[in-house]
Every structure is written in structure tokens, then in C-alpha cells.
Write a protein that binds this ligand. Structure first.
Ligand code: NAG
Ligand code: NAG
Ligand code: NAG
Ligand code: NAG
Ligand code: NAG
Ligand code: NAG
Length: 914
């Protein structure tokens, strides 16, 4: 930079006001920092007004490495003379290896050989793109840094000139500037806004823990799963994604700059950059790499009723009956096992209802499944050494007595063992499948819900755990981890936000809190629980999905509480034990969008709220919103009053309306899931995905798109009877009570949204397949198809329908039996034409398409002028209408179009001549 007057003035200004070169990199993230502790670390102590979370103790400049040598795309780095790492001995030599995968994905791997690598098999597929990301390096004053550049715009999308690269055995840090503040993702956390906020320093924990979200206020704690993935929209609207493939306890700080400081306590920094350039392409590229989501069974898109604490089968029958009597579409009640239940499940199957039981991974150490596991040589999470075993617990259980199995406490009355789903002999997975199959032979369930798989353990390291005061199992001795001495796994030098957020070890919080000891081992000692804990839910989901398919012969659906990248291949997710509060309704709207970014589109929240007492208005609004989430379940906790929709007549009525709308659009929702599984697209997606250059959409977290054509603006505030929302510039039509079918001006608008109305829903130019709804997904599937045509500017609309039998296992979309129909509509000055092209021929028999609803149809059609593939067809003029006021054309004729009659079908007609 040339010296000039401006720079000199800036320097003077900085000298006078202590400007800093960039964001501060925290040197004392642990609790209770003070000047003495800070300076002992060789860091700078400079207290400032704490409004934006600026760290008071921060690193001096120059932390990092210099470039020792380069060999092609390998860079050999050497610890420089800058400040040293307070949490371990800096590795003297590390390497950066870069490569381009499939011409599109840039991999930058920082670390050393022979360190732990997460045992996750990604497909690592790529999608061809013309966008190129390139890796460039630079250095000055003994400090090396690198950048990632998008060639087409020459934009730096990742820029580590911020410094602060640290690499030691149990502390690794990387920081970067970002090209914009428009960053989305990282998880699992409860985010108050879709877009991250870089006006302050915030550290987000990432360690899988049985931790219900707190949506009441901004809260950075770690929840059930770990997703080190973000998407960033550059200032010109190009999008890129970044995935850090690391499974250790970790955290990320979002800081002014905008910048990111990422820290993890094991493994390597194995970073993948996805070039986009559209948000949809970023996710497609990410999911091609980590694995695309499973296709849920059609019935799994139905409405589900669940609760923890039906007092018994009679109460459950009564609630299911009440919901059925209210005519509310629904198909999937859930419960835990009771006697007599098997018969009731068979009765429900007769009603086309399905059953999803809940399974926790841990098994009681004096229980038959454990005995069968031991006989089958299945493995459990173990202590490394016999000397670590707690004899007071182990000796209670003859079957566990002479083993190293780490015993803990969960819901069962006695101590439990945790299956080792990383068992490379496959015996544990085989035993697990046998257990599920055995259960299925007694109770013919249709899906599986796996819970408590962080894995959760009660009372770890607690002298007086909560369950001592509980009737269930008051006497089970809690698990104590080696936290008294210097255990490097349970007491690593840096313990991350998952510990420091809570005040640290002084408050008896450890990485092992609510889970097992991190010193544990898996796969006969080849994995350390410290490294693989975050993979537990993912690794349990794999054999669980296999077992479900094997014992039902169908694809069904699995939902899992704990997830990691690629979990969407095997399971969906619900957003955890939320609370019946308006704040939780709001964060669930954001959470579902984030999990679509993470490749888990079969996602939703516990509708009406799990913890706490729900109420009529909240439950009503939640039912209305949840009707747009793929996983749609009303779920309630123990001891709270019933909150199923039949409890309140107003909620029953609103739910019926919302569910009938959902059931009518199930062919569209199913087609979105089909595209997600086949191509890695999202189902529920942020509005900016469709309008990345419209800056008004960048933080529109409380609205969302359902696919690319339907926009939903749920009512999320108590007492609201109108909704303020933003419609990006486009041709929009109302799909709710207010001016249904009419064109709506784009921009910021306020629309009425009383509780008696559907929530605001809009459609933009497209053809959307739907079906006349009934009360179960199974029956709805037999009803005639319909096509909603909402033309865009030039009177055109296109759309697609995917259809299979709704339940067959998908081995490969190349061989899967399904239909694909493409719709192409155009209206001209004197008529209109709809072409349906069968682009994939399946063998499934489908209902006919009997109804076309066309918005913005310019003038009256001649109902006698309809031709189908050149043959005149009689339109039922009794049931078909045209309104010159709303400009809606509604054509309804029995058996109008047999979709499978030809590979190309054209329906055309002309208008009444003027
Ligand atoms: C550079 O890398 C190549 C390919 O990995 C290797 O064969 C060669 O020995 C390396 N050269 C040096 C000087 O390390
Ligand atoms: C991309 O840009 C970098 C420099 O920014 C250049 O070295 C590289 O050759 C470019 N790649 C291609 C394929 O154009
Ligand atoms: C971002 O955080 C700042 C500081 O806490 C706050 O004042 C501001 O309202 C936040 N912005 C948004 C959009 O939430
Ligand atoms: C279901 O519950 C009954 C009653 O508690 C119990 O006897 C039975 O063993 C349970 N069945 C299974 C498969 O767990
Ligand atoms: C750790 O210390 C606590 C109290 O200081 C003690 O009660 C506990 O037994 C100790 N645990 C172990 C594993 O030594
Ligand atoms: C388990 O590890 C022990 C000790 O390293 C080894 O002796 C044994 O052969 C291993 N067992 C299996 C089944 O790999």
C-alpha cells in the first residue's frame, strides 16, 4: 500500500483511539479471565465496553506458521516465532494439502498424517460446474496465510490473513475473514435469526448433548447434533459453502470483520469448499459430497400425534378417536409399549394409520437384550482399562461384571450399556437389527424414532443426580468420569464452549456432562469416545434404517435426535425438546430451514411445544405452521394437559383446514422430497435461495419457501390478526383466504390472518400437482390428481410430478419404479395448451387427473372446444367454472386425463370469441 494522506490520517486516528488491525482472537475463552491470567499467557489485556462481547484478553499479532517449503500443492509449514499456544505444545511442522475434487470442490487439508480421521464414508460425489475456486498463499513478517478465491469474480471467499492459526494435539484454531455478513448454518444451535449477526462476538458450541433448546433469548449453547457447515452469500449474490470435516468437540466464533474463528480439540482441519454459485447448487454440491437424503415413505408425510405420558392405552385410544372424529387428517400416532397395544396397532393399520415407536440405544445390563448382545459378541462403549471400571456399579450385574463395559443410567430402572455402532466386525449392528426385528415380530411398527443418542446419560459426575428424587430408579449410582486428576480426554487443556458456557468445571460441567466419559473407547480400543462421540446418532441411524427396511420390507422413515453430516441419508430429525412458547415456534421456523441446508429435509418441531403447558392460540398457530414441515408431529411431555388439536374446537377447526391443505398438496411435497433424494435439493428453503440478489430476502428467517414456488409467512406472534411480510419481485397469487387466486403485488405487504383463516401462503408462476384430500395419506393417494396452474408473466407455467408406490425401498433411482411427469402450460390470446410429458415410465397405476385450477386466466374459455391429443373431450360444465372477476378457471371432469395413456399428452382449448 502506498503511503498517502488518508493512510497517515488513519494511522494517527488509530494511535489516538487504539484501533486494531482486525478482530480480536480470544486468548482466554475460559471463564474468569483476568489481567494476570491473561498476561501470563503472553496475551494482551485490554478491557473495553462489553456490549459486543469483545474479548478483553486477546492474542498478539503473529500467531501462526511460516512457509518452510512447497512441493506442488503441498505446503510445509513451520511454527513461526510468534506467540505460542496456551493449550498445548505447538506442532513444529504441519502440512497443507490442497486438491480439487471432480473439478469443483476444493479441499484444503491442514494437519499432520496419522491423526484421527472421522470414520464416515461419504459418497464424495461431485457436480460439474464452471465455477473455479483457487487456493493462493501469501506471507509477510514470518506469517503465512492462504486465501480461497472465486476465479470468475476474483473474490476472496476465505482469507486467513487474520492470523491465529494454531495446531497442537488437542487445540486447533483457524480464523478467516468472510466476504460478507450473509452467512447461514452451523449447528446444532437454536438461532434467533436465519442469518448470523456479525455486529458482535458470539461463540457457538458444537458438541452433541441431550440439551433442550432455549429459544427464550439468544442462547449459544450446543444442542443434540453437530454440523460444521455454513453457506455464505457474497456481495454480488454468488453463494459458496464450507464444510469442516471434523467430529471432535468444537466451536465457532462469529466476530466483526466479518470473520470466523473456528476451534476444535482433535483431528485435522479437513475443509471442503463448494463453489455454487447459487444457494441451491451449493447444497446440491454439499449433499452430492456427504450423501443425499433418504426418501421418506409417503405416509411419513402425514400428520402425527404423539405424547410422552398417555396415562394408558385407553387415553391414547380416546385422543386418537377424538382427532379422527374431528375429521382431522392424520395418520401416524405414536406411543410406547403397553399390553394390548399390539391389537390396537392392528386396528389402526385397518384405519390406514401407522405406528412409530421410540427406541433409546442403551440397554439394561441385566436384561435379555444385553444377554443376547453378549452372546452375539456385540460391543459396547467401554473403559480403556479394567482399573477404570467402577466396581460398585459393575459388580451389581453378573453379565457385565468381568467386562470393561461402561455402565450409565438412563430411563430403565437399572444401569445400562451403550451399543458400539462403530464395531468394525459388524456384530453389534447385526445384534441391534435382530433386536428390532424381534420387536417388530410382536408389534408391527412402520417407522422408528431413535432418541437419547448423543448418547445421553443421566447424572454423570453428579453426587446427587435428579433421579435420586425420582420414583423410577432412585438408587442407581451415577457414572463418574476421571475428572479429578489430569485425564487428557475428560479434562483436555481446552474444553470448548460446551463447558465454558456453563462456567466450566467449577460448576461441575465437563464434556462428559449428560453423557459418557470421553476417555471411553470403541471398536476394541481403536476409537476414543472423545473423537467419535458426535457420530453416535449417525452411526446408530445406519443399522436402524437397515433393520426397518429388512423387517418391514419397505422404506418407512427413521427420525433421530442426534445428527452429523450425512445423517440425512438414513434419518430425519425433529428439533428436540422445545417448549410451548411463541419464541420456540419462531426458532422452529429457522431450524427447519437450517436442517434443509444440512441435508436433513425430513425435519420439523414438536408442534404445540413439548415442555410446558401449551395454549389454544399458540397451538393453533403452531399447527398451521407445522403443516408445512415435512416431519409434522404434535408431541407433548409427561404430566402436561392434552394438546392434541381436538382439545379446543378452534384448534381442531384450524388444524383440519391446515391439514386438508397439506394433504391436498402432498403430491407436490412428495415431489420435493423426491428431488431432494435424487438431486440434493431442499424442501423447505430460505426465501433467498430463490432470490439471492434481492437483499431484502437475506434475513427473512420467519418466512420460507416450500419448494421453489410456494411462499409461506406463518403467524408467529400472540394476538396477531394481520401479518407483515415481504414478497420478492415476481408474479404472486394468494393461496389463502384473503383474495384466494388473485394476483398480489410484491414488496412489503400486510395481509389479514385471523385464526379462522389459513396462514398467508402464496404461489408464484408454476404448475403444482395436488390431489383431492381425505383424512389419511393412503386414501388421499387414490383420489384424482389436480393441477394448480399459476402462470408467470408470459402466461406460462411449468411443473413436475414424481410418483411411486410410496413405500418401496429405493436402491437406486436408476432402477426404482417411479413415474415422472413434466407439465408445460401456455396461454395464448385465443386459448391455452397444457402438455404433459412422461419423462419416466413407472408401472404404478395412478388416479386420473380430473381438475385443473388456473389463475389469471384472461377470458372465458369455450368449454366445448377442449381437445385431448386431437380428440374432442366433453368438459363437465356443471362442475367447471370461469370467473371474470377473479380470473380463475376451474375445470373439473371425471377421468379427464389418464396420465399414463401416452408419453406426451396435450390438452388444448380455445376461448369464447369476442
Ligand atoms: C514432491 O512430491 C512428489 C509427489 O508426491 C514426490 O514424489 C517428491 O518426492 C516430493 N519432493 C520432495 C522434495 O519432497
Ligand atoms: C484461477 O485464478 C488463479 C489466480 O487467481 C489462477 O492462478 C488460476 O490459473 C485460475 N484458474 C483457472 C482454471 O483459470
Ligand atoms: C445484531 O446484534 C446487535 C448487537 O447485539 C443487535 O443490536 C442487532 O439488533 C442485531 N441485529 C439483528 C438483525 O438481529
Ligand atoms: C410390553 O409391555 C408389557 C407390559 O409392561 C410387557 O410385559 C412386555 O414385555 C412389553 N413388551 C415388549 C416387547 O417390550
Ligand atoms: C472425585 O472427587 C469427588 C469429590 O471431590 C469424589 O466424591 C469422587 O469420588 C471422586 N471421583 C473419583 C473417580 O475419584
Ligand atoms: C482387541 O484388542 C486387543 C488388544 O489390542 C487384541 O489383543 C485383540 O486381538 C483385539 N480383538 C479383536 C477382535 O480385534
Amino acid at each position: 500500500m502506498k503511503p498517502n494522506i488518508l493512510n497517515s490520517l488513519l494511522l494517527l486516528f488509530c494511535l489516538l483511539t487504539t484501533c486494531e488491525a482486525g478482530p480480536r482472537i480470544n486468548c482466554y475463552p475460559e471463564p474468569n479471565a483476568n489481567q494476570n491470567l491473561c498476561e501470563t499467557r503472553g496475551c494482551i489485556w485490554n478491557p473495553v465496553d462489553d456490549v459486543d462481547g469483545t474479548p478483553w484478553c486477546y492474542f498478539k499479532d503473529g500467531v501462526g506458521y511460516n512457509l518452510a517449503s512447497q512441493n506442488g500443492t503441498t505446503f510445509n509449514l513451520q511454527k513461526n516465532n510468534g506467540p505460542k499456544n496456551p493449550w498445548g505444545i505447538d506442532f513444529q511442522n504441519i502440512q497443507i494439502r490442497t486438491s480439487t475434487i471432480g473439478g469443483s470442490v476444493l479441499n484444503v487439508k491442514i494437519g499432520v498424517d496419522c491423526r484421527y480421521e472421522p470414520p464416515v464414508d461419504f459418497p464424495r460425489s461431485t457436480i460439474a460446474t464452471s465455477e473455479i475456486l483457487s487456493f493462493t498463499t501469501a506471507s509477510s513478517d514470518d506469517l503465512f496465510w492462504f486465501s480461497v478465491i472465486r476465479n470468475s469474480t476474483n473474490r476472496k471467499i476465505f482469507d486467513t490473513s487474520l492470523g491465529g492459526l494454531i495446531f497442537s494435539d488437542q487445540f486447533i484454531q483457524l480464523s478467516t475473514y468472510l466476504p460478507s455478513e450473509n452467512m447461514y448454518g452451523w449447528g446444532e444451535n437454536a438461532h434467533q435469526s436465519l442469518k448470523h449477526n456479525f455486529s458482535r462476538y458470539l461463540t457457538w458450541g458444537m458438541l452433541a448433548r441431550d440439551q433442550p433448546p432455549n429459544s427464550g433469548n439468544l442462547d449459544t449453547m450446543n444442542l443434540y447434533g453437530v454440523h460444521p457447515f455454513y453457506m455464505c452469500l457474497e456481495p454480488d449474490g454468488n453463494a459458496h459453502g464450507v464444510f469442516i470435516f471434523n467430529s471432535n468437540p468444537q466451536e465457532v466464533t462469529t466476530a466483526p470483520g466479518p470473520s470466523l474463528i473456528y476451534r476444535t480439540i482433535g483431528g485435522n482441519l479437513d475443509i471442503y469448499f463448494f463453489p455454487g454459485p447459487t444457494p441451491a447448487l451449493v447444497i446440491q454440491q454439499y449433499l452430492a459430497f456427504i450423501g443425499k437424503p433418504f426418501l421418506p415413505a409417503y405416509w411419513a408425510l402425514g400428520y402425527q400425534l404423539s405424547r410422552y405420558g398417555y396415562s394408558g392405552l385407553d387415553e391414547m385410544k380416546q385422543r386418537v378417536g377424538a382427532v379422527r372424529d374431528a375429521g382431522i387428517p392424520g395418520s401416524v400416532p405414536k406411543s410406547e409399549n403397553w399390553s394390548g397395544f399390539e391389537d390396537y396397532v392392528n386396528v389402526m393399520h385397518g384405519w390406514n394409520m401407522k405406528m412409530i415407536p421410540i427406541f433409546d440405544p442403551a440397554v439394561e445390563a441385566d436384561y435379555l437384550p444385553f444377554q443376547r448382545a453378549m452372546a452375539a459378541n456385540a460391543k459396547f462403549i467401554e473403559w480403556e482399562d479394567y482399573s477404570q471400571v467402577q466396581p460398585n456399579i459393575q459388580n451389581l450385574y453378573p453379565m457385565a461384571k468381568n467386562t470393561k463395559v461402561m455402565l450409565g443410567v438412563v430411563w430403565p430402572d437399572h444401569h445400562v450399556a451403550f451399543p458400539d455402532f462403530l464395531d468394525s466386525t459388524g456384530r453389534t449392528q447385526a445384534w441391534w437389527k435382530t433386536e428390532l426385528e424381534l420387536y417388530h415380530s410382536q408389534l408391527s411398527f412402520d417407522g422408528i424414532w431413535i432418541d437419547m443418542n448423543e448418547p445421553a446419560n443421566f447424572g454423570t459426575n453428579e453426587q446427587h443426580p435428579w433421579y435420586f428424587d425420582d420414583a423410577d430408579h432412585p438408587n442407581d449410582a451415577p457414572l463418574f468420569c476421571p475428572t479429578n486428576g489430569t485425564n487428557r480426554w475428560d479434562l483436555p487443556p481446552y474444553q470448548t464452549h460446551a463447558v465454558y458456557y456453563y462456567g466450566g468445571n467449577e460448576n461441575n460441567v465437563y464434556l462428559s456432562s449428560k453423557t459418557l466419559c470421553l476417555a471411553g473407547v470403541q471398536n476394541n480400543g481403536s476409537y476414543r469416545f472423545y473423537d467419535v462421540k458426535n457420530l453416535y446418532g449417525l452411526k446408530e441411524a445406519i443399522p436402524t434404517q437397515q433393520a426397518l427396511m429388512e423387517c418391514t420390507g419397505k422404506r418407512g422413515a427413521v427420525v433421530s435426535r442426534s445428527t452429523f453430516p450425512s445423517a440425512g441419508r438414513y434419518a430425519g430429525h425433529w428439533l428436540g425438546d422445545n417448549t410451548a412458547r411463541w419464541e420456540d415456534l419462531r426458532t422452529s421456523v429457522i431450524g427447519a430451514q437450517e436442517f434443509n441446508l444440512f441435508g436433513i429435509p425430513y425435519v420439523g418441531s414438536d408442534v404445540c411445544g413439548f415442555l410446558g403447558t401449551s395454549n389454544e392460540e399458540l397451538c393453533l398457530r403452531w399447527q398451521q405452521m407445522g403443516a408445512f414441515h415435512s416431519f409434522f408431529r404434535n408431541h407433548n411431555t409427561l404430566g402436561e394437559p392434552a394438546q392434541d388439536p381436538a382439545v379446543w374446537p378452534s384448534v381442531a377447526a384450524a388444524t383440519k383446514t391446515a391439514n386438508l391443505f397439506r394433504y391436498q398438496y402432498l403430491p407436490y411435497l412428495f415431489s420435493l422430497h423426491f428431488q431432494a433424494s435424487q438431486s440434493g435439493l431442499t424442501v423447505v428453503r430460505p426465501v433467498f435461495f430463490e432470490y439471492p440478489t434481492d437483499t431484502e430476502t437475506l434475513d427473512l428467517g420467519y418466512q420460507f419457501m416450500w419448494g421453489s414456488n410456494i411462499l409461506v409467512a406463518p403467524v408467529l406472534y400472540q394476538g396477531a390478526v394481520t401479518t407483515n411480510l415481504y414478497l420478492p419481485t415476481d408474479v404472486w397469487y394468494s393461496l389463502f383466504d384473503y383474495r384466494y387466486g388473485s394476483k398480489i403485488d410484491s414488496g412489503y405487504i400486510t395481509v389479514p390472518s385471523p385464526t379462522t383463516s389459513r396462514i398467508p401462503v402464496f404461489v408464484r408462476g408454476d404448475a403444482i400437482p395436488r390431489q383431492t384430500p381425505t383424512t389419511t395419506t393412503t386414501m388421499s393417494r387414490h383420489n384424482p390428481f389436480e393441477l394448480l396452474i399459476a402462470p408467470c408473466q408470459l402466461g406460462k407455467a411449468v411443473g413436475v410430478l414424481y410418483w411411486d408406490d410410496g413405500q418401496s425401498i429405493v436402491d437406486s433411482f436408476d432402477t426404482h419404479d417411479f413415474h415422472q411427469f413434466d407439465f408445460n402450460y401456455i396461454s395464448t390470446s385465443n386459448g391455452a395448451q397444457l402438455t404433459i410429458t412422461r419423462t419416466r415410465k413407472g408401472t404404478i397405476v395412478l388416479p386420473t387427473m380430473d381438475i385443473l385450477e388456473i389463475f389469471n386466466y384472461p377470458s372465458p374459455p369455450n368449454f366445448r372446444s377442449f381437445f385431448l391429443n386431437g380428440q374432442s373431450v366433453n368438459i363437465n360444465v356443471q362442475s367447471s367454472t370461469y370467473s371474470g372477476i377473479t380470473k380463475t378457471l376451474y375445470i373439473s371432469t371425471k377421468d379427464l386425463i389418464d396420465l399414463t395413456s401416452s408419453d406426451s399428452i396435450t390438452l388444448e382449448w380455445s376461448n369464447v370469441s369476442k
